[in-house]
Design a binder for this molecule. Sequence first.
Ligand code: ADP
Length: 568
Amino acid sequence: MHSTMPDDPLTIARILRHASSVHGSAAVSTWHGAGFHRRSYAEVGERAARLAHALRTRLGVRTGTGPRSGQSVVGTFMWNNARHVELFLGVPAMGAVVHALNVRMSAAQLAYVIRHAGDEVVVVDADLVEVIAPVLAGLSDTVRHVVVAGSPPGDGLDHLADFPGEVHDYEELIAGQPADYPWEEDLDEHTAASICYTSGTTGNPKGVVYSHRSVYLHALHVAAPNAYDLSARATAFLIAPMFHVNGWGIPHAAFLAGAGIVLADRHRTPAALARVIEEGRPTFAAAVPTVWAALLEELDARGHGTSSLRRGMVGGAPCPPALMAAYQDRHSVELLHAWGMSETSSLVTTSLPRQGLTAEEEWSRRVSQGQFPAVSRFRVVAPDGAVLPNDGVSAGELQLRGPCVTASYHGGPGSPRVRPAESFTPDGWLRTGDIGKVSPDGYLTLTDRAKDVIKSGGEFISTTEVENALAEHPAVVEAAVVAVPDERWGERPLAAVSLRAGSGVPTEELRDFLARRVRSWMVPERWTVVDSVPKTAVGKYDKRRIQDQYARNLLDVVLLDRRPGGGR
Ligand code: ADP
């Protein structure tokens, strides 16, 4: 029997139209250093319409429909702010593709991803023009227009003297354009909506292209109570940069649910984030663990108000349970763990414990990577390809598939998509490269990324387990553990830690503390105390950089016996 339901497409244009009419009084609030600049969703809709007209008629942006086929890609090189939200929703809603560029990528990688995605237009926040201008100067074969966003108008234009294409001011470009637009609400829902590149710690970044359908379904999944719990009574603080994995789906989910959004723009210090929480009164916030850790320091030291914040989502890297406990105990904030990756449209699992558990069982769910949602199929696979049971014990590689899980990577302009064997199985599953186990009730616990796990003699050491144990020490702010070569054991762990200011804890004490919590062979002999652990562009520990610094003798390494009480 066929259903009686129509094949009605799920498009971003519908999310935008819905939010700007039904939720027209909800708002994006952008911090300007001393207060918020507030823009209602009705205004966002109007400004997105003006933008879409200008992009189409003045810059020749193609939308995949009409006489000139193909979709243009519009890059953004911006902070988290209301204009960025306009582009995030407006560009796909008109039928083009939005590509949020990572503002901390190297010049070589930026040039690579702009060419590879085929960005024809790049919109840049005025204070970031200086950073990207040298890259754009060499990309005139790809980028035809640069649009500078910010006030005062014209700021930053001088840096673009060597760019051979056209340069525009954002506000001048959209001024005078009509405030409504025939959005592409009936577009084929499989049309590309946005493209996002993995950070490419090994090799070139890989491009994942999200469809209208995948973004819509993902937004429904993350807005729900098991995840961000967004509703018309909620306000989401997107601390993670919008260029990181499609803004964690938050702009789309908030527009869909009618939740407000607060954004910190270029003000990213822990003190600024704390003020945004105090004055913007979000009910929800999302960030990587190192950002939550730095923010905790600030909250503990200065006691900012966090009473509005009910739930925080922490993901992108493993979060030490000690950090979750500190937020709960000292600030009454429920930090939930989330796991996901660029390839899975950002987060998949979230660690809300189900009802009916004892306190201990509840905590074990909270600190796991979280429970799978219905939208994703998952399996744990042994090295020989056998699918392992979800018994909470059997560990292997996590593999996924589903409507929000990519089945290939972007091949570049005019090139076919690519499906490298290290990333996809022949039967169509994504190989995540993460090692873990799943409990019978669908909670995922990761032990490591396959490329980070330490092979010491015959034993595997989980860097996450050692890092989590170290994070329990009250003086430890950050702890990263990496594999380094060892003559006797093949590999051994090196611990890089940063300590709370003035704590002056001797390394031997950290070693003894750790030895009481993990198996003896897991305790590192090599320790380095640093001001701040090196991080990637999105704030995860940069384990490759730590290994490289060790190999080049750039770290001040202390050698200790791994037994408690043992000296140098
Ligand atoms: P990159 O590979 O550049 O870091 P992503 O941001 O897509 O790009 O990272 C996805 C990876 O981040 C996952 O495969 C996983 O290893 C790690 N990750 C994400 N969330 C978590 C989490 N909650 N716990 C542990 N690891 C996580």
